[in-house]
Ligand binder design. Sequence first.
Ligand SMILES: [Zn+2]
Length: 164
Amino acid sequence: MPLACLPIDTFAALGGDALTDDSVAVPVGEEQGLPSTFVPGRNLIFLTFAAAYAYQRNIEHLVTGVAQTDYSGYPDCRERTIDALQKAIRLGMESDLHIHTPLMFLSKRETVELARDLGALHAMALTHTCYNGRRPPCGECAACRLRAKGFAEAGVEDPLSSAR
Ligand SMILES: [Zn+2]
């Protein structure tokens, strides 16, 4: 199946968070409570769009990389949120859609090790983590630091860093 990209740029119009609003700075250090990088409803919208796409093509399985183990306090990365969303989508679309979350209870280190063990490290060079939207990544934001920590703990070089 070819790669499909859907335009979902409405979050920029909503603003109010560090990832979609240029007037809100991306934090460098830890924050109390929900971080300013939290985009309300982001994963709910992404998965609902993916479910609508899947519905039109008789696809019954979605896979998402959310993880509550290392989550930054994002409630839409938690298992109970995904379970509730799957239930809502099944009801709202009268479908048997399954949302798979293979990384839900893995640390970043375990995620890197899983990719390595599957022979899929090269695919991680195609992933995007940086909260500042930089490629190669800034290496300073919380997401870059968390990613670097996971690769360091796994003893694996990040293919995204070596692609600089
Ligand atoms: Zn970064």
